[in-house]
Design a protein around this ligand. Structure first.
Ligand SMILES: *[C@@H]1O[C@H](CO)[C@@H](O)[C@H](O)[C@H]1NC(C)=O
Ligand SMILES: *[C@@H]1O[C@H](CO)[C@@H](O)[C@H](O)[C@H]1NC(C)=O
Ligand SMILES: *[C@@H]1O[C@H](CO)[C@@H](O)[C@H](O)[C@H]1NC(C)=O
Ligand SMILES: *[C@@H]1O[C@H](CO)[C@@H](O)[C@H](O)[C@H]1NC(C)=O
Ligand SMILES: *[C@@H]1O[C@H](CO)[C@@H](O)[C@H](O)[C@H]1NC(C)=O
Length: 401
């Protein structure tokens, strides 16, 4: 992969020392062995090496201390911002809201998660070429105390939206994105529906009013993919400086090619996508069989291979994506996609994101797996679509039982 000297330098701002050798090694056309951090030629059989890097994006590195991942920050501060996007009235999840404003629930909701955070505007847009009842939504918000602007995008919901994502996702491939690679068309279409449906103007207004505020771009599930594309759009158009942004994505499906992933990784010092255990969504799709290209997550993956209870361990992945970290998992799970930070995210949001999280613990076992052992690897290209279809079907069953 060619990279300009400037990009090379930028990358090295947050790469660790070993990776310098790795990057150089791959630039020289060789491969890098992680067992012993040595460059080995591409002519050898590599039999002696169990972890081989052949893509520069996978050279070992972690974000510098300044941009380090903090579980407590994401769990208690960012998560309410993300969950709020699952509601038509996101402010319920953020501020204290008097009970009369939410007639649907007959118990008192004292959310008060982030009392100084105000919703600026919530937007909903039609976002399907197949169904008139499919919408995408997201909101912008601001916090004058924390000096913060937030942008959060809702996940997919409803049979028609699942079908739309499956159909267009598998049949319409990817589209070019500025000069930074390609992104999956269905997510790009959804991004455009929302962005030009008002969200882009809302964000610009907030940035005009609060030019020195930090900007968070967040989302869950499909909303994470859209948020990823939005973060890139914001950087490409110069609306905000990536060094002044935090990108936090939860259960994000792959939607970008290698070039995009490398560009995003080099451009955003604080960008985390969080994966719960065997969640199927971030592992699909690994290949776009319309344009015949592999898809990659940009850095940095945070993988909790447990129930994500408070204090549970996690891995900051030193590589970007396949075949490393969580993408080695073969048996995937739908329940794991619904449960993040030991809560059913949608149910928590539906109830106004109350501070007491006890009632929103996973109901069905976090470790229930959908077993898709065979073919779910880089060579199983043809069967991947069928597998995805099966998975989506299970999601439907779970959501509408
Ligand atoms: C080594 O890699 C380079 C660049 O990818 C390629 O042109 C060359 O043919 C490879 N050499 C061998 C012996 O495989
Ligand atoms: C979405 O489409 C429906 C039906 O075609 C229409 O009534 C509605 O106004 C549209 N909504 C938006 C936000 O464009
Ligand atoms: C998807 O591709 C089909 C066939 O090429 C085309 O007819 C359709 O308009 C495309 N849909 C979208 C949303 O791009
Ligand atoms: C992708 O591969 C398929 C099957 O080999 C081929 O029919 C198709 O034309 C290829 N698409 C592109 C964009 O190269
Ligand atoms: C999933 O795979 C792991 C090892 O990768 C194994 O320990 C576990 O038992 C498997 N679970 C199921 C349900 O097959």
């Amino acid at each position: 992969m060619p990279a300009s000297p400037a990009a090379y330098l930028l990358l090295h701002l947050f790469l660790r020392l070993t990776s310098k050798n790795c990057w150089q090694c791959l630039n020289d056309g060789d491969k890098f062995c992680l067992d012993n951090n040595k460059c080995i030629g591409n002519s050898s059989t590599h039999l002696g090496c169990s972890k081989l890097v052949d893509l520069p994006i996978n050279c070992p590195s972690i974000p510098s201390l300044q941009y380090a991942y903090d579980d407590e920050f994401v769990r208690y501060t960012v998560l309410p911002v993300i969950a709020a996007a699952q509601r038509p009235d996101p402010q319920v999840c953020l501020e204290w809201v008097p009970v009369l404003r939410i007639p649907k629930f007959h118990f008192l909701v004292l959310s008060n998660q982030l009392p100084t955070m105000k919703v600026y505007k919530s937007r909903e847009a039609n976002c399907s070429s197949l169904f008139s009842d499919v919408t995408c939504s997201g909101y912008t918000g601001f916090d004058t105390t924390r000096k913060l602007i937030v942008l959060a995008i809702r996940g997919s919901h409803g049979v028609h939206q699942y079908y739309d994502l499956w159909k267009i996702g598998n049949e319409n491939g990817t589209v070019p994105f500025f000069d930074a690679g390609r992104v999956t068309k269905v997510f790009h279409d959804n991004f455009e529906s929302l962005w030009y449906g008002g969200l882009g103007d809302d964000l610009q207004n907030l940035i005009d009013i609060y030019p020195d505020y930090e900007l968070w771009v967040t989302g869950y599930s499909m909303g994470a993919s859209i948020a990823l594309i939005m973060s890139a759009f914001i950087a490409q158009t110069g609306m905000s400086n990536p060094h002044n942004m935090k990108v936090v994505l939860i259960g994000c499906p792959r939607c970008t090619d290698y070039q995009f992933a490398l560009w995003h990784s080099m451009t955003f010092p604080y960008s985390y996508h969080i994966i719960h255990a065997h969640d199927y969504a971030p592992r699909v799709p690994f290949y776009d069989s319309i344009d015949n290209i592999s898809l990659y997550h940009p850095r940095t993956e945070v993988w909790y291979n447990n129930e994500m209870k408070e204090g549970d361990s996690y891995v900051i992945c030193e590589q970007a994506d396949q075949p490393f970290c969580s993408s080695q998992v073969q048996n995937l799970s739908t329940p794991d996609h619904m449960h993040y930070f030991y809560m059913d995210i949608t149910r928590w949001a539906d109830h106004g994101c109350p501070k007491n999280r006890e009632d929103f613990k996973p109901i069905f076992g976090t470790h229930e797996r959908i077993i898709v052992e065979d073919g779910f690897d880089e060579t199983g290209k043809s069967s991947a679509i069928m597998k995805l279809f099966v998975l989506i079907f299970v999601v439907l069953l779970i959501h509408f039982q």
